[in-house]
Design a protein around this ligand. Sequence first.
Ligand SMILES: C[S@@+](CC[C@H](N)C(=O)[O-])C[C@H]1O[C@@H](n2cnc3c(N)ncnc32)[C@H](O)[C@@H]1O
Length: 241
Amino acid sequence: MSATAEGHRKTYVPGMGHDRLLPLYDPLCRLLGMAKVHRPLVDQAGIRPGQRVLEIGCGTGNLALLVKRLHPDAEVVGVEPDPKALARARKKSERRALSIQLDRGFAEQLPYPDGSFDRVLSAFMFHHLRPNEKEATLREVRRVLKPGGSLHLLDFGGAKVSSDGFMARLSHRNKLLRDNFGDRIPTLMREAGLTDPTEVNHRVRRVLGRVTYYRAVVPLAESDSTQPGEGPRKEVRGQTP
Ligand SMILES: C[S@@+](CC[C@H](N)C(=O)[O-])C[C@H]1O[C@@H](n2cnc3c(N)ncnc32)[C@H](O)[C@@H]1O
């Protein structure tokens, strides 16, 4: 299902695939132990005090709030097209007294200036995008990252292994999800001008199936850039929690 953002003509696929199912999103995340899946992404980002961190597709704010809790001296911003998810994120941030900036917007049209973030995080958002939106999103991530900044992305992706579980098998049948698998994500990262796209790790969860952690960086100087045609580097350490 696609929803249309008010005041925008663009459509997006909401968190649970349908607006009416959004109240189930957080209970489902708790049931699936999503905090344990988010945590390695935050650790991989190596966030330092004073850094500006953006989460694209922040939904109800679970990852952005985790970042703020673990790194209270970082400036945390979440961007999300779904006003209902944003309203839930705002309530949670007030309730937990964790101050984060929450903005309405699309990952493929980020409402921020060039070079304004040290880190960009993305969790389970990429499979909501069509192929052209994925390309545009990664170009936008490249644009808003500072030199030396990095993208840390978590999603269904990587190798297709039928034993990986229910969601993995389902995902191979779904067109948007299927487009995440194989080397697709690192390849798109490289094409968007991000350097050293790496599959950092993956985990196999009983229900979620295979979830993969990726990282890519913006070179400090243009000469550090990956050469065209250079393949993505793979550094895989699988874990079954
Ligand atoms: C499965 S939820 C993940 C939410 C959050 N990142 C988390 O890990 O809990 C995916 C989110 O991506 C958002 N989304 C869909 N299309 C988007 C787009 N074009 N730009 C940014 N976010 C988008 C959805 O509205 C939804 O809130």
